[in-house]
Design a protein around this ligand. Structure first.
Ligand code: ZN
Length: 370
């Protein structure tokens, strides 16, 4: 069963207004996906996420595999039921965390051996194993197991890494197709299944990126992600790679840029034709007291907010801005209160989700046929 994706409108600049029909939710695109690393978007409860209008959230395969373990989650009916999230979910392949978090990793053609960042125990991840874990977790969208090429990487290294990622993409796809019916909610949802996205790599080399797209499109995934960005490269290079890859991807499949970005970036990429994005930034920055607002970035720790009774963002309609003052948010932060992370995160997520809502409206009215 192929993934159903409708493009409702396309603008001259390439931006698309669309709709992805997933087993747990029909998602309006372009969409921003809050990151719920360990089965929680840090400091924000699921009912609040629903009220904020989040339609799809991420889970991290590496983290959930280590704790509480994918078999435990499978026995409890899958990640949706375990964390009580009725809407759509996406899991990453575990590759990015294996490469960035774990110690003593050793990569071979077969897979990656690594040590847990929690207790040093030894684990071996292959494309097949990543698929098994993601099928047990049961997110609506799974990602092919890839190697995230570091930055900077010389040409030989980027070529080698791409070769590995392409071989792993085919193995991921083969294993996924043979086992996708084993997802915990397969029967409950009338035979619906998960989807699998391929990940474009190739470092910062345009021709390698093109080769990566060509080969992945031949394999025929349900959607395509652009990976290996936001790994320390300058922003203009990120943009250059996205601009190179986007027009080459099939117009009738969702396009996902992983791990970006700042508010101005997600808006720009969405207007270029990116359908899906995720980033830890709104919640991570919130825990450090950084708020994204219509007036720019605001560091709530600042002394000048000590008695500021205005809302965090005067233009924001979120539940935090409607109720609390800058002075109170500053006080919570300074006192190390748990509510600080919660309120700051809710506002930042509302801001990010609001940007996408605004972009969706303007893409709908901007030229093209609808
Ligand atoms: Zn707000």
């Amino acid at each position: 069963m192929a993934l159903e994706f409708n493009v409702l409108n396309t603008t001259e600049a390439g931006g698309r207004r669309g709709r992805i029909h997933l087993p747990h939710r029909t998602v309006e695109t372009p969409v921003f996906m809050p990151v719920g690393t360990l089965g929680t978007v840090k400091a924000v409860a699921q009912d609040v996420l629903e009220n904020l209008g989040a339609e799809i959230i991420l889970g991290n395969t590496y983290h959930l595999y280590l704790r509480p373990g994918h078999e435990a989650i499978r026995r409890m009916g899958g990640l949706h039921r375990f964390i009580s999230w009725p809407r759509a979910m996406l899991t990453d392949s575990g590759g990015f965390q294996v490469f960035s978090l774990s110690a003593l990793r050793k990569v071979t053609d077969e897979g990656v051996r690594f040590r847990s960042h929690l207790d040093g125990s030894s684990h071996f991840f292959t494309p097949e194993h990543s698929m098994d874990v993601q099928i047990a977790l049961g997110a609506d969208i799974c990602m092919a197991f890839d190697e995230c090429t570091e930055y900077p990487a010389d040409r030989k290294r980027a070529e080698e890494s791409l070769r590995l990622t392409l071989a792993w993409a085919q193995r991921s796809l083969d294993h996924f197709q043979a086992h996708r019916h084993e997802v915990p909610w397969h029967e409950e949802l009338g035979g619906k299944t998960q989807s699998l996205f391929g990940i474009v790599q190739g470092g910062m080399y345009r021709d390698l990126r093109r080769e990566s797209v060509e080969r992945l499109v031949e394999m025929d995934f349900d959607g395509y992600a652009i990976g290996g960005l936001s790994v320390g490269e300058p922003r203009d290079l990120t943009l250059e790679m996205i601009a190179e890859v986007l027009p080459l991807l099939p117009a009738d499949k969702p396009r996902y840029v992983m791990g970006v970005g700042y508010p101005d970036e997600i808006e720009m990429y969405a207007r270029m034709g990116v359908d899906m994005m995720d980033c830890v930034l709104p919640t991570r920055a919130a825990r450090h007291g950084l708020l994204f607002t219509s007036e720019g970035r605001l560091n709530i720790k600042g002394k000048k907010y000590a008695e500021d009774q205005g809302p965090p963002d005067p233009a924001c309609e979120c539940m935090v801005c409607q109720r609390y003052s800058r002075a109170y948010l500053r006080h919570l932060m300074h006192s190390g209160e748990a509510l600080s992370a919660t309120l700051n995160s809710i506002h930042n997520l509302a801001y990010y989700l609001g940007i996408m809502e605004h972009v969706r409206k303007s893409l709908h009215s901007d030229g093209g046929d609808s």
